[in-house]
Write a protein that binds this ligand. Structure first.
Ligand code: NDP
Length: 240
């Protein structure tokens, strides 16, 4: 067993969420891992973890998973609201169902994760909420229209939440990565957009490993509770 506090991660079945789960497990934290692909989370082989098959669009499922994990490991001290999809496409060609999915998962799903811990953290006057945005939440890119919308949303919510929770000693951090090597492109169904993205990626010398993002989340979390790195912006050097 461990005396470190519980860390909850949505979208823990691949990419940045998976890398962050491994980093925090190595640092001795018990984990609550949430995503739809339970087999992928189980395959990580992390001993001290509650693994929950959760769709972040289901507010009740997140709350129930948090309750189960807290009964085992105590209160969630870090919620990493990371789950997201990137259906990038020319906006005129894109089926609106892809807008719906991005909005539901990247914005409402993110809020569902926040909701599960907000009140208890405020009442306990401690805790950390980390919101996954993107460099596409700070500036716009071609074929990213609705994706950018969801990530600008995350920046706005992050800033508002940070101001709201600051007097209570609860930290709110926003993560804004550039191109990271994960499975995120599996959400791009538009062949031309995918081709352009891949060409740009080659031009910038490839993406950054997800483990670098995880290391930054861990090291900034490990700072004393009265120190907050408000935003992490990590991009390939050649990305513009
Ligand atoms: P991956 O596709 O590797 O990971 C996405 C994760 O989100 C998976 O674990 C997936 O799990 C989970 N997820 C998606 N939809 C849902 C859902 N409805 N309910 C629960 N979990 C869900 O990509 P990344 O690691 O790159 O993506 C993680 C986050 O990072 C996203 O928010 C993305 O927008 C953001 N990001 C990524 C960048 C990159 O270049 N890779 C750059 C900037 C931001 P499952 O399918 O099993 O449910």
């Amino acid at each position: 067993m461990t005396d470190k506090p519980l860390v909850a991660i949505t979208g823990a079945s691949s990419g940045i969420g998976e890398a962050t789960a491994k980093a925090f497990a190595e640092a001795g934290h018990p984990l609550l891992l949430m995503a739809r692909r339970k087999d992928r989370m189980e395959a990580l082989g992390l001993a001290v973890a509650e693994i929950a098959e959760v769709d972040v669009r289901d507010r009740g499922a997140i709350a129930a998973a948090v309750q189960r994990a807290e009964a085992r490991f105590g209160p969630v001290d870090l919620m990493f609201a990371n789950a997201g999809v990137a259906h990038l496409a020319d906006i005129a060609r894109q089926p609106p169902e892809e807008w719906d999915e991005m909005i539901d998962i990247n914005t409402k799903g993110l809020m569902n994760a926040v909701h599960a811990v907000l009140k208890p953290m405020k009442e306990r006057s401690t805790g950390t909420i980390v919101l996954m945005s993107s460099i596409a939440g700070r500036k716009t890119y071609p074929d990213h229209t609705v994706y950018c919308g969801t990530k600008f949303f995350t920046h706005a919510v992050g800033e508002s939440l940070r101001e709201y929770l600051a007097p209570h000693g609860v930290r709110v951090q926003v993560i804004s990565p550039g191109v990271i090597e994960t499975e995120v492109l599996s959400g791009v169904n538009d062949p031309e957009t995918l081709k352009n993205y891949r060409e740009n990626k080659v031009k910038m010398g490839g993406g950054i490993p997800a483990s670098h993002v995880a290391e930054l989340i861990l090291s900034t979390y490990q700072m004393p509770q009265n120190a907050l790195v408000q935003e992490i912006v990590l991009t390939p050097t050649r990305q513009s």
